[in-house]
Design a protein around this ligand. Structure first.
Ligand SMILES: Nc1nc2c(c(=O)[nH]1)N[C@H]1C(S)=C(S)[C@@H](COP(=O)(O)O)O[C@H]1N2
Ligand SMILES: [Mo]
Length: 410
């Protein structure tokens, strides 16, 4: 819970504020305009969305420490332990870097709010950003605490979670906390990091300084910032953010009756397949009869690959393939042009689609497909918390007769 004067020590944000649509000041919640997100494959930090459930704690990285605990019943032969980890301990472990998209489960909540009110911050499609994260693997940290790295070890017979708890106050609970399955963390292909850097610089306070979880392929709510404690335990986190938020409740669940629904549905983990049209923005004027290069992003969860993005100019009657620019392209070229579909994907893809001649009353739709055969539903399905909206993305920008508007962006 948040005492009244808790927001007196927020980071200095003046320089970047112009880049954002601020959705809430206390806690600070802001997303970039989506038309600014498609200029670079790795999102500049000053455009990366910021999503907070409370004030930003002030932590000193020299003094900072977190507890790493193994706390399970019937843990033999794994011993219960608790140790204090500092920045220098993290720095001694092998360092890894991963380019991964961070998406809030509330991305595109505006589309669900348009159907019926939902409980949650309004977001457009700007709460997805791609960053270069660096730090040590959580797997290595836990292995040093005695957790077996062989997933066939009898230790894994029971499902276990790794809970992350944060410094600082939170609005809906005493502090922010969340958990993900231990098995996911220990699988070396999953690249869960205790990250200390983002885009080549120490994390900003807004993004979790001095250390946060980076859990590629998993919803942003599990990427806990300002780490205070990491704990291996027998069950998932009891936190509000695990048990009474970030779940897709059925449409009959609402504010009055949600209590009975929370325990019946699982905490969201993997991201779903998603895409958005970033250009044109909804308020960008297009010239009829002129060509236009539409652009956007697409992503999916759990290391699956976005294998195509399609665009429709006739309200979904017909679809055409967009050009996709992905992380793996350099690697594919090195391998003789053939893509290695076995590789896991943590990054978003950017796509573009040339409209040869903008029609009057132009309506553009896009949808992505992933390597699991998943695509996006034709229309949004409402849920109480307004999470995971991945309906086909549509935009109908205003049009003017050629010559009457500023040059189209080509
Ligand atoms: N401690 C803490 N960690 C947190 C949150 C928070 O409010 N407090 N928000 C979570 C949510 S819901 C998201 S989407 C991401 C946002 O990370 P960002 O602000 O770096 O973009 O952080 C997650 N980690
Ligand atoms: Mo989120």
């Amino acid at each position: 819970m948040v005492p009244p004067d808790s927001y007196a020590d927020e980071p200095w944000r003046d320089r970047c504020l112009a880049n954002y649509i601020v959705r809430g000041k206390e806690p600070f919640n802001a997303e970039a305009r989506t038309d600014t997100l498609v200029d670079s494959f790795v999102t500049p930090t000053e455009l990366h969305f910021r999503r907070n459930h409370g004030p930003i704690p002030r932590l000193d990285d020299q003094e900072w420490s977190m507890a790493v605990e193994v706390c399970v019943d019937a843990a033999a032969p794994v011993r219960r332990c608790s140790r204090v980890v500092r920045k220098c301990d993290l720095a001694r472990l092998p360092q890894f870097e991963v380019v991964a998209v961070l998406e809030c489960a509330g991305n595109r909540r505006d589309g669900l709010k348009a159907i019926k009110p939902v409980d949650g911050v309004t977001w457009g499609a700007g709460t997805a950003s791609n960053a270069r994260w660096a730090g040590c693997r959580l797997r290595d940290l836990l292995a040093a605490a005695g957790v077996p790295t062989d997933l066939c070890d009898p230790f894994y017979a029971a499902p276990r979670h790794v809970e992350f708890a944060a410094y600082g106050d939170a609005v809906e609970d005493e502090h922010y906390a969340s958990s993900i399955p231990l098995e996911w963390v220990m699988n070396p292909r999953n690249m869960v990091l205790v990250a200390t850097a983002m885009n080549g610089a120490p994390l900003l306070r807004d993004h979790g300084f001095p250390a946060r979880i980076v859990a590629p392929g998993i919803i942003g709510a599990r990427w806990v910032k300002w780490l205070k404690r990491i704990r291996v335990q027998d069950r998932e986190s009891d936190s509000f953010y695990q048990k009474r938020d970030y779940k897709i409740l059925p449409p009959e669940a609402g504010r009055a009756n949600c209590a009975g629904f929370w325990p019946r549905f699982p905490a969201l983990m993997e991201l779903n397949v998603q895409s958005a049209i970033c250009r044109p923005a909804a308020d960008e004027c297009l010239q009829v009869g002129r060509p236009y290069l539409a652009k956007g992003y697409a992503l999916t969860g759990a290391g699956r690959a976005v294998d195509r993005v399609e665009v429709s100019l006739d309200d979904g009657e017909t679809w055409a393939l967009a050009d996709v620019c992905a992380m793996h392209e350099g690697a594919a070229a090195a391998a003789g042009g053939e893509r290695n579909w076995a590789a896991r994907d943590w990054s978003w893809v950017l796509w573009s689609f040339r409209i040869d001649s903008v029609p009057q009353g132009c309506a553009i739709a896009c949808r992505a497909w992933d390597s699991g055969g998943n695509t996006q539903p034709t229309s949004a399905i409402w849920n109480y918390r307004g999470v995971m909206n991945n309906a086909v993305f549509r935009v109908s920008p205003p049009t003017v007769a050629s010559g009457a508007a500023p040059a189209s962006r080509l």
